[in-house]
Structure formats: C-alpha cells, structure tokens
Design a protein around this ligand. Structure first.
Ligand SMILES: Nc1ncnc2c1ncn2[C@@H]1O[C@H](COP(=O)(O)OP(=O)(O)OP(=O)(O)O)[C@@H](O)[C@H]1O
Length: 320
C-alpha cells in the first residue's frame, strides 16, 4: 500500500511517530551520520536505504539506545506529536519523557537501550541474527516477555510458588508466544532448538520475538538478507500483516529492492551519513542522486545520470 498524500502532504509529515532531528554520530574523526533529519509516519512502513557504509545501522543503534548520538534529537510519540515548545521544555529540564512516561513522548537519545524497548516500546532485530540458539523456539519468545513476567511476580518468589497473578501472566505470555509462532509459521517447530532452524525461519523468529514485546515501532535491520525469493515474498506478507493487524509502525534497513519498493510507504536514502533523498518509493527510485549513489559515481556525474534517465523516459514514453 502506498502512502496516500493528504492535501499534498504525507503521513510522515502530518503524523510522525518518530522524528529524527539533526542527528550526528562521530567515531573519532569519522562522521558516520551527518546532520540527518527525517520522520517516520505512524502506521507507515519506512525504509532506510543506502550503499554499504552509508550509516544506516548507526542510525538504528542511535534510535534503539545502543549508541548515544554525538548530537541531535530523537522524538518518539505514542500519541500525538508534541509541539516544538513542548520538546524544548523537556530538553531544558533534562527529562527523557514529556511530563513523565505516561505522556507517551520520549527523547530516545537520552534513554538506555533497555528503556527504549521497555518504556518507549521500540523493538529491533539485528543484521546478524541474535537468537538464543540453545533454547527452544518457544523459550526464545518467553524470554522476550521476561519484563512482564518479572513485574507479575512482584520481583518476589511468587513465580516459584505459582501464585495466581504470576500463573495468569505466564499463561498470557505463552498465549502471546503461540500467537506469534502461528503468525510466522513456526508453531510446528516450537520445541526445537532455535539454532536448528533454517536461516529464513530464524529471521522470522527474530521478528516474532521482537513483536512479543508489543512494540509501537519495529526496527528491522536487513530482514530479507539471505532469504530466497519465496521467503522474501512471505516476509512482505508478514510485515504488511503486522502493520494492518497491529498498527505497528515499521522502520527497516534493506538492500533487497524488491522488498523496499514493494512494501514501503516512505523511503529515506543515505549516502556517506547524509540524507540524499526522502519520499515515496516512486519518487526515490527516479531520483538521479540515488541512482548515482548506487552506481558509485561522484557528484559531477549526477547530471549525466539525470540526462540519461530523461532520455530513457522520452524514448519509452513513460513519465516519472
Ligand atoms: N562502532 C564503530 N566504531 C567506528 N566506526 C564505526 C562504528 N560503527 C560504524 N562505524 C563506521 O560508520 C560508518 C557507517 O557504518 P554503518 O554500519 O552504520 O553503515 P551501514 O549503512 O549500516 O552499512 P551496511 O549496509 O554495510 O551494513 C562506516 O564507515 C563504519 O565503518
């Protein structure tokens, strides 16, 4: 489903769930992310793309609290987006959430990774799969719900004693795990060690594990990497279902253009840590700067690429 522009604007402009504002990440003398600003629309599937080393994973690591950005602001809004004045006030008083966590507005750059996932409800998967390979498929999903189970135990021995509050929380956690195993088509493998699953199934299990934490924003780092064409199609279906049935906003890094162009509402393109394009898949696909970046040509050649696209467009009679 493409984003439907509303009165000439896009969902990411009118109802952003995440605003990345002037983000910088420096590693010594290397500027991995350079003054990056973009928005993620609520309920959108947003793709962050770019050539190798463009800074995509670094952006994810900043959003999910694995890195403290060198500069910049990352505003996540569960409900309405805050006004600039409200954000300025939170920044001034040194808080990490607007008038307390119940407001649903979080400044992610101030939060450690466990709070980004536990309080702000941002979940992620990794470029290199990070499952507990010696645990069963089901156990991997139960571990993902550890926080809820600990809260239900009152951080006491209720769990050991099997007291009612804890038992019902345990039942709910198992039901949720079962639901997601069915969704990702792994229910038949529930008792197998996660490490025994084929690669594509491990990728699906990672997504199921992330969904067990009930995220409002799901960040996926190259979910289609290593998948065959049939598995890529299944991934597209799964991500669309997550968005449609759970309203989860999705931000993904992806090199597989068949996935990006097929399912994204919004595409943001990075090159050398800088944003070079931002728009609908159709607009980005035809952006000469994007084509030049992927072809590895320098700035001077962008005009040549643009001229070549125009010539091709006229020859085939298509319009961009
Ligand atoms: N912890 C780090 N220390 C030093 N340099 C880093 C660190 N993490 C990333 N970089 C550098 O930052 C730049 C961006 O890396 P990043 O992994 O974010 O790119 P990417 O777009 O995700 O690349 P790929 O598509 O290959 O995964 C690279 O030059 C990388 O070497």
């Amino acid at each position: 489903m493409a984003t439907s522009p509303e009165n000439g604007t896009h969902r990411w402009d009118v109802d952003p769930i995440l605003s990345v504002e002037h983000l910088f990440m420096r590693f010594g003398g290397l500027i991995a992310v350079n003054d990056l600003s973009f928005k993620v629309g609520r309920g959108d599937i947003t793709a962050l793309i770019g050539p190798n080393g463009a800074g995509k994973t670094t952006v994810f690591n900043c959003i999910t609290g694995f890195y403290k950005p060198s500069e910049g602001r990352l505003v996540l809004a569960h409900g309405r987006a805050p006004t600039p004045d409200e954000v300025a006030e939170v920044t001034r008083v040194g808080e990490r959430a607007l008038a307390g966590p119940q407001s649903g507005v979080y400044l992610l750059e101030r939060m450690p990774d466990y709070a980004v996932s536990g309080q702000a409800k941002v979940a992620r998967t990794f470029q290199n799969i990070r499952l507990f390979t010696g645990m069963t498929v089901l156990e991997n999903l139960m571990v993902a719900q550890h926080n809820a189970l600990m809260a239900a135990s009152g951080f006491s021995i209720k769990g050991l004693l099997g007291l009612p509050g804890w038992a019902s929380a345990q039942r709910a956690a198992t039901e949720k795990a079962t639901y997601w195993l069915e969704k990702v088509n792994l229910i038949d493998r529930a008792d197998d060690p996660a490490g025994d699953l084929p690669y594509g199934a491990q990728r699906r299990l990672e997504i199921a594990r992330a969904m067990c934490s009930d995220p409002i924003l799901l960040c996926l780092d190259e979910p289609a990497a290593g998948l065959n064409p049939r598995e890529s199609l299944e991934l597209n279906t799964l991500l669309r279902a997550i968005r449609a049935e759970h309203g989860t906003s999705i931000l993904l890094i992806e090199h597989d253009m068949s996935v990006v162009m097929e399912i994204s509402d919004h595409v943001v393109v990075l090159d050398y840590g800088t944003k070079i394009s931002d728009g609908t898949p159709e607009a980005v696909k035809n952006d000469p700067r994007v084509i030049a970046a992927y072809l590895g040509v320098d700035e001077d050649a962008v005009e040549e690429v643009e001229a070549a696209i125009n010539a091709d467009t006229h020859a085939t009679g298509t319009s961009s």
